[in-house]
Design a protein around this ligand. Structure first.
Ligand code: FES
Ligand SMILES: [Fe+2]
Length: 428
């Protein structure tokens, strides 16, 4: 449970909010590289952390993320012409480069130097792992480029999608560290989904519906360990890393690709759910990629031409009561991604956390919220940079493994939780 003040504090990420400043301490994924496929291609509107921006790729391939609106009289530059190394506003012809610098005001003589004095807000935009990332914080504290393993393996080893989620980022992210729902909500899919089925570990999930959770502090965030009974004197552990502020990884199953998410606020009532799949040591197979493209695993199918899921709140997520009754899906909603999103959106755009009744298996969620609030406060009051920005904090992995019952997972799974180049994931 949070107080109303705490709930506002931790969910609001617009400019000049403490959580907004926290988010502006990191490189955030904002577009797929394929959305800006070539030089001088159409610009793309981006709303992130409640700011309306425009991304474009200029004639030389340089990437820019600038204020969406023209400095002259506020026209959306989405209508602009992307030509000769800049975006030209179609209204009166003012032109801006990828840094937001105005380079031409046709009505004013060049000698006046007027254009030089005009600059739009702009943020850096970099291409890594098939994703465009931005950093919206102060230049002096820009962190190293994203070191997440999924974004650094060869492109044929990873596959990333994004979808619109119509609720606040935090309740979406909380689903990512809430391992206790897996045995319920997703139970129909463990043995059916091509990206999950066949793993030896699935039987432990399905046989033991009362996992014991152990949350351990990590330098960059938390590890959430879920323990289930296994044969002999062993436990089956599924360990989810959460790295500040919004990165989580699902524990692997067999040799299937590992997957995870980023939840990036669009504004306070919507977010972009990023879903990635990758294998640390091999290319994804054509069958795997086809399944991901078809919306299997954590991916979804879309309303054509958009990133809005085909199953959405306007069509009751294509609820199938027959499938629910027969247990083919536990909630009646198809697909792991939409099973999560439908329930998270059903809480309302921003859940009222004063009304919750939290129990033991919510410990990871409780600790993550407090960690976020503490970090935002330390940044706002003391200028202390938050965890999760360094290469070391980002080189994490989820793991699924059997350990002796007397062994603590933070020791037994220590190596398994580090992303090591050329080393396969630890998985049952
Ligand atoms: S509004 Fe853009 S040039 Fe006038
Ligand atoms: Fe889920």
């Amino acid at each position: 449970m949070l107080s109303k003040e705490q709930n506002d504090y931790v969910t609001q990420t617009g400019p000049s909010t403490p959580m907004g400043a926290l988010f502006r301490s990191y490189w955030l994924p904002i577009l797929l590289s394929s959305e800006l496929p070539e030089n001088d291609c159409p610009p793309v509107r981006v709303k992130v952390l409640s700011e309306r921006l425009l991304a474009f790729r200029d004639s030389e391939g340089k990437l820019g993320l600038i204020d969406e609106f023209c400095a002259h009289r506020g026209v959306s530059l989405w209508f602009g012409r992307n030509e000769e190394c800049g975006l030209r506003c179609p209204y009166h012809g003012w032109k801006f480069d990828v840094n937001g610098q105005c380079v031409d005001v046709p009505s004013e003589p060049v000698e006046s130097g007027y254009a030089k004095k005009i600059k739009l807000k702009s943020y850096p935009l970099i291409d890594k792992g098939g994703i465009l990332w931005t950093y919206m914080g102060p230049a002096e504290t820009m962190p190293a480029e994203p070191a997440w393993e999924f974004a650094n393996v060869p492109l044929n080893q990873s596959f990333t999608t994004k979808r619109l989620q119509e609720c606040n980022w935090l309740q979406a992210m909380e689903g990512g560290i809430d391992s206790s729902h897996v045995s319920w909500l997703h139970r129909g899919d463990l043995n059916n989904d091509p990206l999950f089925k066949g793993a030896a570990g699935n039987k432990y999930n399905l046989n033991d519906l009362s996992p014991v959770f152990e949350v351990v502090q990590a330098e960059g965030g938390l590890y959430i360990g879920a323990r289930r009974n296994a044969e002999d004197d062993q436990y089956y552990w599924r360990i989810t890393p959460w790295v500040m502020p919004c990165f989580t990884m699902v524990p692997p199953r067999g040799d299937h690709p590992i997957h995870g998410h980023f939840w990036v606020p669009i504004d306070d009532e919507t977010c972009t759910a990023w879903s990635f799949d990758y294998h640390p040591t091999r290319a994804l197979t054509a069958a795997e990629v086809d399944a991901m493209k078809a919306g299997k695993g954590i991916h979804v199918r879309y309303v054509p031409g958009t990133f809005r899921p085909l199953a959405n709140k306007d069509n009751d997520y294509l609820m199938d009561r027959q499938a629910q009754k027969e247990g083919r899906t536990f909630s009646g909603i198809e697909g792991i991604g939409m099973q999560d999103a439908s329930l998270q959106e059903s809480m309302g755009p921003i859940i009222d956390r004063t009304k919750e009744n939290l129990v033991g298996c919510d410990n990871g969620i409780i600790m993550a919220r407090h960690r976020l609030m503490r970090a935002a406060k330390a940044l706002a009051e003391k200028g202390e940079l938050p965890p999760g920005r360094t290469v070391e904090h980002q080189k994490v992995r989820s793991a699924a493994l059997l350990l002796k019952r007397d062994q603590a997972y933070k020791d037994g799974a220590k190596e398994a939780l580090i992303a090591r180049e050329g080393v396969r994931q630890t998985s049952v």
